[in-house]
Design a binder for this molecule. Structure first.
Ligand SMILES: Cc1cc(C(=O)N2CCN(C)CC2)sc1-c1cc(O)c2nc[nH]c(=O)c2c1
Ligand SMILES: [Mg+2]
Length: 214
């Protein structure tokens, strides 16, 4: 039967990227998406914004919502200090399978735990299952309609501390208007918009960085 886009992306990584070299994995995926098939990786432009925020925060605990094929997982993991606890959640089991292989090709499998399941189910389990107290950095890149309920879940579960940084992809395209309204109007967050474009296109998109004030 016909392969899936994530499977074709994995093949491109295995063919064109050097094992153990995260930069070559990132480049191979970007090349595949620019020249073969568009895919919903955060991409190189927004990826550079992600890199700068991760570097600035230098987090000890990281959560990514929406692994997909592991592109942003590799971008984040390659920047983390040894001993950082990094968890990424993915709802689609086929994506989990591809992501684990792409992360392994980059040699970063020991830096991150890929967990299959829905964010709504897994966020309340973070403390008990993974020994997390609070997250220093959270990357929201799963499904626009889950951004708002999940940030409220972080608050309810006591997973944020003064200074926790949340970075959300796709706040313009596909768009997360209720999430934006919440973080921009809540006195509990200091929010900033980073304009960019939808990965591999000229369409407008951007990322919202929100700092929890406690
Ligand atoms: C699936 C999809 C289609 C988009 C679009 O406007 N398109 C027009 C232009 N053509 C070229 C591509 C398709 S944007 C987008 C998308 C992009 C992300 O970064 C996402 N991140 C996390 N979770 C998502 O569901 C997610 C969806
Ligand atoms: Mg995205």
């Amino acid at each position: 039967t016909r392969s899936t886009r994530p499977q074709r992306m994995l093949k491109a990584v295995q063919k064109n990227a050097t094992k153990g070299n995260p930069e070559s994995v990132i480049s191979a995926i970007d090349y595949f998406c620019k020249h073969s098939e568009w895919a919903m990786n955060v991409g190189d432009e927004k990826g550079s914004i992600l890199d700068s925020v991760v570097t600035e925060v230098n987090p000890s605990t990281v959560l990514e919502l929406g692994t997909y094929c592991g592109y942003s997982t590799v971008r984040i993991a390659r920047l983390l200090s040894p001993g950082t606890k990094f968890i990424t959640l993915e709802f689609n089991p086929a994506n989990v399978t591809v992501a684990r292989q792409i992360i392994a090709h980059a040699g970063l499998q020991d830096k991150v735990t890929v967990v299959e399941g829905s964010s709504g189910d897994l966020i309340p389990q973070m403390k008990e299952r993974f020994g997390i107290t609070t997250f220093d950095f959270i990357f929201l890149d799963h499904w626009k309609d889950r951004y708002l309920p999940d940030i409220k879940l972080f608050e309810e579960c006591g997973l944020l501390r003064k200074g926790s940084v949340l970075l959300a992809d796709n706040v313009i395209c596909p768009g997360a208007p209720e999430y934006l309204e919440y973080v921009r109007n809540s006195p509990r967050y200091e929010s900033r918009y980073y304009p960019a474009h939808l990965e591999y296109t000229t369409l407008e998109d951007g990322m919202e960085k929100s700092v929890f004030l406690g």
